[in-house]
Design a protein around this ligand. Structure first.
Ligand code: C2E
Ligand code: CA
Ligand code: CA
Length: 680
């Protein structure tokens, strides 16, 4: 702002200087022109005096008379004629420019042929340049006075304009002064009072200066107004740009930059500041399924709620995407945490958009200065970590604690590494065969992700999947696993081995609008029927959003894709609940499977699960089978499929064919042969 004012001021003074300069130059030029004009007028008068007074009374012969003054009677005649032809004013009262005060007629040899001052008649004078120029044929002038030697009894007329007019004659008659064809035979010198001429020049010049000054002043004022208006507009524009640079266009809230600036100002005076970082949960899903307009509606609504909720001193901002922030002064951590809880409740009110009432929720990270940082960068970063913690634990809000930081830093680093791993194709898919306990043959295989890390070696999913599952990375990762699993399935198919491949899904996959199109596209690409794919879902994934899950699962089942409840027995899912889900397989978790053959309550529970599962029409898979007695116990209990290290460890997908060639027979032997032994 300050800089722009100076800019206008600078323009003001520079243009003023230029205009004054322009005025001076123009004024001086015009004053010269004016003066020349006025003098030209006087000259014209002098010329007419010369023509009317002199040429009419004198003859060319009068001028040809060397040395000899005109006879007195001729002079008297001339005096009378001159007096009649022109006005002769008294000294001091000469007011008429038209009048002349003295006249002299020179012959070419500088003899004064006639002057109305008789004392001068018939005398010789050296003359000057102006006289010589006139005798050479030019009308010339000079400003002079007649304070000549006393002997000539000249009066003091003050300053005079002496105009020399050449006298020309041809064939014994005078010709016009500008008739250059006629030779110059003398010159007449007419003295006009200079003071009225000078006064006229001064008057006109003053007028000129006035007009010029007014004109330029008006020009300057107009120009200044124009520029200052433009500058106001520019300033307004700049202010607008400034506003845009600090605000979010969708919600009108401050953006990250604006927020950080305000926060920095507040942090400067050392007062306690609380930062609440709010991130909407599953916002991407809304965008994906209902479109960006619905997403925008939600963002605007949340912005409105936060603004209405915020107090006068609070700073509310949309930091980007679905991330909002609130800064409040003078609150301690407990108060800030309570505030976060209230904001969480506020956001939870359903939002109406696209004809639906959508459940919205947010995860909030809380930090306070100076405990969690003294600059806004640290406070936001720590709030981000706390917010992720809240997301992961679905706790709504979390205050930052140093203990979660280390983990979070690792987590963030790992997430970015996984991102890279996907693009660098460091991930690969292992398959673990599942054996039909009635026939002893491999009928299916579970796809298990592995990370072929450049320095850490083969990393198992337990080390990175929990993190991946909290980010959007889960989507491309799942698509990758399905793609690889189906590729392996198609290759085995081509080799005459028809198996089903099972792929694990996360809770987030169920809210992904892209899941169905991706699955159908991949089946299509690999030329496989839907029945060759089975998707495994954990109880917790199913319970996360039972209605939503049921909807998606129904579509998948209708496509012909097999659905399996994974890790059964670790959660709270009741068998009654399973009845309502469109699933066709139950995978009993290893923690329950180990009870096989042990007797006791757990073994009883395992039996019940198998028989009840069957009653519900589900295929029962036991996973994590590490020893033969367990395998056989399960086979006897009616379990359908077996998966575990005993029969096969997860192996690279490309190795399955060779493994089958080498192990199919011994596996069947293991399953059927020993069973025969047990049963006999
Ligand atoms: P899960 O779905 O329960 O997979 C079975 C896990 O048990 C696998 O561990 C497998 O290697 C292991 N396992 C198989 N047989 C035995 C056995 O006899 N004894 C014991 N102790 N373990 C056995 P893994 O491969 O480390 O996978 C761990 C978890 O990671 C999986 O549990 C699954 O929840 C998740 N996961 C793996 N791949 C994917 C994937 O592509 N997508 C998703 N969303 N999750 C995956
Ligand atoms: Ca599984
Ligand atoms: Ca499992």
């Amino acid at each position: 702002m300050w800089q722009r004012t100076t800019l206008l001021q600078r323009f003001g003074s520079i243009s003023l200087l230029l205009i004054v300069l322009l005025g001076l130059v123009t004024g001086l030029l015009l004053r010269g022109v004016l003066r020349d004009r006025t003098i030209e007028d006087a000259q014209r008068t002098a010329v007419s005096v010369a023509v009317v007074g002199v040429q009419s009374q004198l003859t060319p012969e009068d001028l040809a008379r060397d040395f000899l003054p005109l006879p007195p009677e001729r002079i008297a005649e001339l005096d009378a004629a001159m007096g009649a032809a022109v006005t002769v004013g008294e000294a001091g009262e000469i007011g008429e420019v038209d009048g002349f005060v003295r006249i002299k007629v020179w012959n070419p040899q500088h003899w004064l042929v006639y002057s109305d001052n008789r004392a001068l008649n018939g005398r010789w004078f050296p003359g000057d340049d102006a006289l010589d120029d006139a005798l050479a044929g030019e009308v010339t002038w000079e400003v002079t006075d007649l304070r000549s030697p006393e002997e000539f009894e000249e009066r003091d007329f003050g300053e005079l304009l002496a105009v020399y007019v050449p006298l020309r004659a041809t064939e014994g008659r005078f010709a016009a002064p500008d008739d250059t064809s006629a030779p110059v035979i003398g010159a007449s010198e007419v003295y006009l009072p200079w003071q009225p001429i000078a006064a006229a020049i001064a008057r006109d010049t003053a007028r000129l200066w006035a007009v010029l000054a007014i004109g330029l002043a008006v020009l300057y004022a107009g120009l200044y107004r124009l520029v200052s208006r433009a500058s106001i507009r520019l300033r307004r524009q700049a202010a607008e740009n400034d506003h845009l640079a600090r605000h979010d266009t969708l919600t009108g809230l401050l953006n990250r930059r604006g927020f950080e600036e305000q926060a920095r100002q507040r942090l400067q005076d050392g007062t306690r500041q609380a930062v609440l970082l709010v991130d909407l949960d599953r916002f991407q899903d809304v965008n994906d399924t209902l479109g960006h307009d619905a997403g925008d509606d939600i963002l605007r609504e949340v912005a409105d709620r936060l603004t209405t909720f915020a107090g006068d001193g609070d700073v509310v901002a949309r930091l980007g995407g679905d991330e909002f922030a609130l800064l409040r002064s003078d609150v301690d951590l407990p108060a800030a945490t309570a505030l976060a809880a209230r904001i969480g409740e506020l956001i939870k009110q359903p939002v109406s958009t696209a004809g639906l009432d959508l459940d919205v929720s947010g995860s909030i990270g809380v930090t306070v200065s100076p405990d969690h940082g003294t600059d806004i960068g640290d406070l936001l970063r720590h709030a981000d970590i706390a917010m992720y913690r809240a997301k992961e634990y679905r706790s709504g809000a979390e205050a930052y604690r140093a203990e979660i930081d280390h983990f979070s830093a690792d987590r963030l680093e790992l997430a970015s590494e996984v991102r890279r791993a996907i693009s660098e194709r460091e991930l690969c898919v292992f398959l673990q065969p599942q054996i039909d306990l009635r026939t002893g043959t491999v009928v299916a295989a579970e796809a298990l992700i592995r990370w072929d890390h450049p320095t850490r070696g083969m990393v198992s999913p337990g080390a990175f999947m929990p993190i991946v599952e909290t980010t959007d990375l889960i989507r491309p990762l799942t698509a990758f696993v399905i793609d690889e699993a189906l590729r392996a399935c198609a290759e085995l198919d081509a080799a005459g081995v028809a198996i089903v491949v099972a792929v694990n899904l996360s809770a987030h996959n169920l809210t992904d609008a892209q899941l169905l199109p991706t699955v159908t596209r991949l089946l299509d690409e690999h030329g496989l029927p839907a029945s060759r794919l089975r998707l495994e879902l954990t109880e917790s994934a199913l319970l996360h959003d039972p209605t939503g899950a049921t909807r998606v699962l129904t579509v998948l089942r209708d496509l012909g894709i097999g659905l399996s409840v994974d890790d059964f027995g670790t959660g709270y899912a009741s068998l009654a609940y399973l009845r309502d889900l469109p699933v066709d397989e139950l995978k009993i978790d290893r923690s329950l499977v180990v009870a096989a053959g042990q007797g006791g309550d757990d073994e009883a529970l395992l039996s019940v699960c198998i028989s009840l599962g069957h009653r519900l029409g589900l295929t029962i898979v036991a996973e994590g089978i590490e020893d033969a007695p367990t395998l056989h116990w399960l086979a006897d209990a009616g379990c359908d499929l077996a998966q575990g290290y005993l029969t096969a460890r997860p192996m690279p997908a490309d190795d399955v064919q060779a493994w089958l060639a080498a192990n199919a027979a011994s596996t069947r032997e293991l399953v059927l042969g020993e069973r025969t032994v047990v049963t006999t």
